[in-house]
Ligand binder design. Sequence first.
Ligand code: B1M
Length: 210
Amino acid sequence: MTDYEALKTAVMRGKRNDVTAIVRQALEAGEDVNLLLDRGMIPAMREIGDRFSRNEAYVPELLIAARAMQAGMALIEPLIADSGRQPLGLVAIGTVKGDLHDIGKNLVAIMLKGAGYEVLDLGVNCDIPQYEEAVRQGASILGLSSLLTTTMPYMREVVEHFKGRGVKIIIGGAPTSQAYADEIGADGYSEDANDAVKLVASLLAGEQNA
Ligand code: B1M
């Protein structure tokens, strides 16, 4: 049985080797990947963020926690993503211009791959020409992630840019919401990575029925 508290502490303290060891051991024991994320790794990032808000942690601590989180995710990704099935559709996802947060976006990409979608990961600090290129390569859904209130407005610019083009745009990230998606005219919002998979499935099903 995995010690989720130890996993959470290891991520928060940026103990990459400890995170790798705990996740590896858990996976070998057949632990549910979602439990590792939901009880250990994601709460760790939330808590380090709360400490940052209270000036009890600083950017370097966020950074080393993020690296430890990514080390754990690197072990999890192949298990979820490599299904070898025929892709269900092409989805592009990127963190919007000005924003460098990529852990949530990476998680959404991993879950989408695991659900059988082909994913074009556009990375961070993604501008309209990059989303354009993804559409040129055949993406019918663009996923926009933002973690900063200062980068959210760029989502509106992307939505407006693609208006009337038949490209579906979904948004997510902590400061965003369904209300914000409605306000800027996005086709959907999801709160977390699992929800994003359901949203993509329903949008693509809608396209097929149209
Ligand atoms: Co930054 N940061 N950060 N940070 N950081 C936050 C976001 C912050 C809330 C911390 C705080 O003050 N409590 C705050 C934003 C405040 C605001 O705008 N209101 C903040 C700040 C201020 C900053 C800087 C400005 C700090 C500075 O330099 N003074 C700076 C900005 C840099 C930039 O982007 N230009 C900065 C920098 C950084 C680091 C580089 C150090 C690092 C990022 C490393 C990396 O990503 N590789 C970092 C981190 C780690 C965080 C926190 C602690 C953790 C974010 C995270 O990874 N969460 C964060 C605090 C917090 O979130 N509580 C914070 C875990 C992840 C799994 O969750 O990303 O929410 P999340 O993703 C979820 C959902 O939101 C959703 O699904 C995911 C999985 O369930 N989701 C989607 C996300 N994208 C989606 C897209 C979808 C659908 C769902 O469809 C397309």
